[in-house]
Design a protein around this ligand. Structure first.
Ligand code: NAP
Length: 294
């Protein structure tokens, strides 16, 4: 059995970050400081802490300034809003990102409206989501943008092709469905979710299959059409079996057996994850540029 070729998101992300270096250097020259991303972290979620640290490291590596702003788990919505408004008003900040998930007292839908739409490097503000839906995006959400870049880099034909996406979240599945079906990509998109019937049969129609359900190893060989391109967005830390002393390992939404059916497959880690960060840096550089141009 031939194994799927792994799509190397780490290498592509490095290349894109290298390409950003010229823009970063120019912006730094022109305005005396590097593009700046402010990341807001609420609470102590260990996965979020890792993501925030990775984002700030990536900023530093690419010559951007990354600042982290931490609020306690018990903080009020008003405290978070005040912090976001301070960052919105700060001329030294180009991009503002609020790390998800948020504690239950804070409504993530409201939070999206608090970030200045011109600093909204996550692309989740209703104005930016609306622009994306209308085919004129300002900031494309980072994970869907990263998926598209991977498909482009591996020259995956999209026009007229069947793309199936599992997951309809406003961060991943929904915007990716809009992008893939837009003129230019021209795929025929099916968007699946937890109420979809006959998921395996529907997925097996996909020449491109994107798994963004947040369910470890959900996608098995039966979900995958022979030769399909499979993008695995999920990230999970799996513990060893009961009683096992095996260390935690990372897994995606896609079961390893899929490698025997797919033609191209993104690994976890090293696939969509690093691309998401590269797109965040790109959006931050673009936010800096946009503020200059306004
Ligand atoms: P989410 O908000 O929980 O959304 C999950 C979506 O999947 C929902 O639409 C849900 O349906 C659907 N779903 C859940 N179980 C399903 C099932 N058994 N069959 C079919 N559909 C199902 O998650 P998210 O924020 O989009 O993230 C998805 C995954 O991607 C997570 O593992 C997350 O950690 C990962 N992620 C990775 C990156 C990266 O950089 N690599 C970035 C963001 C997220 P309903 O709408 O019906 O509930």
């Amino acid at each position: 059995v031939t194994e799927a070729v792994r799509m190397d998101g780490s290498a592509l992300a490095r290349r894109i970050q290298g390409e950003l270096a010229d823009d970063v250097a120019r912006l730094k020259r022109e305005r005396g400081r590097a593009p700046t991303l402010a990341v807001v972290l609420v609470g102590e979620d260990p996965a979020s802490q890792i993501y925030v640290r990775n984002k700030s490291r990536a900023c530093a590596a690419a010559g951007l300034i990354g600042t982290t702003h931490h609020l306690e788990t018990a903080c009020s919505p008003q405290q978070l809003r005040a912090l976001i408004e301070r960052l919105n008003a700060d001329p030294a900040v180009d991009g503002v990102l609020v790390q998800l998930p948020l504690p239950p007292q804070i409504d993530p839908v409201a939070v999206r409206t608090w970030v200045d739409p011109y600093k909204d490097v996550d692309g989740l503000h209703p104005e930016n989501a609306g622009l994306l839906a209308q085919g004129a995006p300002r900031f494309v959400p980072c994970t869907p943008a990263g998926c598209l870049e991977l498909l482009r880099a591996y020259e995956v034909p999209l026009q007229g092709r069947r793309a199936v996406i599992i997951g309809r979240s406003p961060i991943v599945g929904r915007p990716l469905s809009i992008l893939l079906s837009a003129p230019g990509c021209d795929a025929t998109v099916t968007l699946c979710h937890s109420r979809s019937r006959e998921l395996a049969e529907v997925c097996a129609q996909g020449e491109i299959l994107v798994a963004a359900a947040g369910v470890p190893l959900l996608v098995r060989a039966e979900h995958v059409r022979e030769g399909a391109v499979v993008i695995d967005v999920g990230i999970h830390r799996l513990k060893g079996d009961n009683g096992s002393t095996a260390p935690e390992r990372l897994a995606g939404d896609v079961h390893p057996e899929v490698a025997a059916r797919a033609s191209l497959l993104t690994p976890v880690p090293g696939g969509v994850g690093p691309m998401t960060i590269a797109m965040l840096l790109r959006n931050t550089v673009q936010a800096c540029q946009l503020r200059e141009d306004r």
